[in-house]
Ligand binder design. Structure first.
Ligand SMILES: NC(=O)c1ccc[n+]([C@@H]2O[C@H](COP(=O)([O-])OP(=O)(O)OC[C@H]3O[C@@H](n4cnc5c(N)ncnc54)[C@H](O)[C@@H]3O)[C@@H](O)[C@H]2O)c1
Length: 358
């Protein structure tokens, strides 16, 4: 029997921000791409969060792209797909998920089935048919629960900031932080479960798996909604005049931001020199960090429009007050990777992209 070429990238959540960016990137590197996405983002967050347009673009623009609109919870369909392409799959990027804390709290069973059980199912099916594949999981900094909130933080005029003498001040939080014994939110708990499973399939079975614990990943292709995709949703609000709600901590909570393309470039580096059970924080670092109030000012500067916002003083349970990702471990393992954009560049990219899509 003729040996098939192993040049297939299987991407779950292909219509989403990270999935669609991955599809384009790996297509550009000469891979054929298979995408799985049932547009459940629309069910989570409503019509404006639908990824149907993104999926259509992939079908129109990437030659040979094949889309599968089944629900990842469907074990039979997943089994058939991996069996069919077993000899060809070189990499699996697992980016399908229910991504919101608030949504998870309202329906923990669905959240866990999508985020945790589906990940186990995908890992086990991969082990059965493509044990040698590289398996990348888009995890989250929420696996650290609310532990970052017990860092020594102080309030400044526009943001919360960590004490300048702390070892996390310059570069942010590294992977040594415990993921245990903290408040995660139901979303955080389902993501921790998947994160541990992905590590275990690497450590126990020797598969080439990696968890990328993302901070805020963003870009113009995010089908941003109030409950997920803060920076692009903010730019959307500035452009449409829609009112934005700042939730808790006086709007001074800090996040770092990374363009989806820079995250996918991390995946590429990992693919070329994979390890087993790797764990990396993934974010843009201090130069891309901003509080919500700072982000509003930057959006106003970039778009030339006032952001209409209101304030709700009930912060989200378990929400991080201050988070900056230290990517030093990844950079040490993969010295070729770097990200140069600052937060204003990122907002400009989102703005240009959203204007172009109008
Ligand atoms: N974007 C961020 O800021 C960020 C930060 C940390 C972690 N992450 C993680 O990265 C991953 C991808 O994030 P994103 O921003 O691209 O999210 P996204 O919502 O844009 O993409 C996820 C995609 O998965 C699809 N999907 C959801 N449930 C499905 C199911 N049951 N079957 C098939 N498809 C399904 C959705 O329709 C959506 O298109 C998620 O796991 C998320 O938790 C994202």
């Amino acid at each position: 029997m003729k040996k098939k070429n192993r040049n297939l990238a299987l991407i779950t959540g292909a219509g989403g921000l990270i999935g669609s960016e991955s599809a384009r990137f790996f297509f550009g590197k000469g891979f054929r791409v298979l995408g799985v996405d049932n547009d459940m983002r629309r069910a989570y967050f409503g019509r404006e969060a639908s990824v149907a347009g993104n999926i259509k673009l992939l079908e129109d623009e990437l030659e040979g792209y094949r889309h599968f609109g089944f629900d990842l919870r469907d074990t039979g369909k997943l089994n058939d797909l991996l069996e069919e392409y077993a000899g060809e799959i070189a990499i699996i990027i697992h980016a399908a998920a229910q991504p919101s804390h608030d949504w998870a709290a309202a329906d923990p069973l669905t959240d866990f089935a999508v985020n945790a059980s589906s990940t186990l199912n995908l890992l086990e099916t991969a082990r059965k048919f493509v044990p040698g594949t590289v398996f990348i999981y888009t995890s989250t900094n929420k696996v650290y629960g609310d532990t970052p909130n017990s860092l020594p933080l102080r309030e400044t005029e526009s943001r919360w900031e960590i004490e300048s003498s702390h070892r996390f001040f310059e570069k942010g939080v590294d992977e040594s932080m415990s993921i245990d014994q903290s408040l995660h939110s139901l979303f955080g708990a389902s993501k921790v479960s998947a994160d541990i499973l992905v590590q275990e399939y690497g450590r126990y079975y020797g598969m080439k798996t990696a968890c990328f614990r993302c901070g805020c990943i963003t870009g113009p292709r995010h089908a941003a909604a109030e409950l997920h995709g803060f920076l692009s949703y903010l730019v959307k609000c500035a452009l449409s005049g829609r009112r934005y709600t700042v939730i808790g901590y006086k709007g001074k909570q800090v996040r770092d931001n990374l363009l989806a393309e820079d995250l996918v470039s991390m995946f590429w580096h990992f693919f070329q020199k994979p390890r087993s059970g790797a764990v990396y924080n993934a974010g843009g670092g201090r130069k891309t960090s901003c509080s919500v109030m700072e982000a509003i000012r930057i959006c106003e500067k970039v778009t030339g429009r006032k952001v209409d916002f209101t304030y709700s003083d009930r912060s989200r349970k378990g929400d991080h007050i201050w988070w900056i990702s230290d990517t030093g471990k990844f950079e040490k393992d993969y010295p070729g990777w770097k990200t140069e954009s600052g937060v204003e560049d990122i907002v400009r990219r989102i703005y240009a992209g959203l204007k172009g899509m109008k």
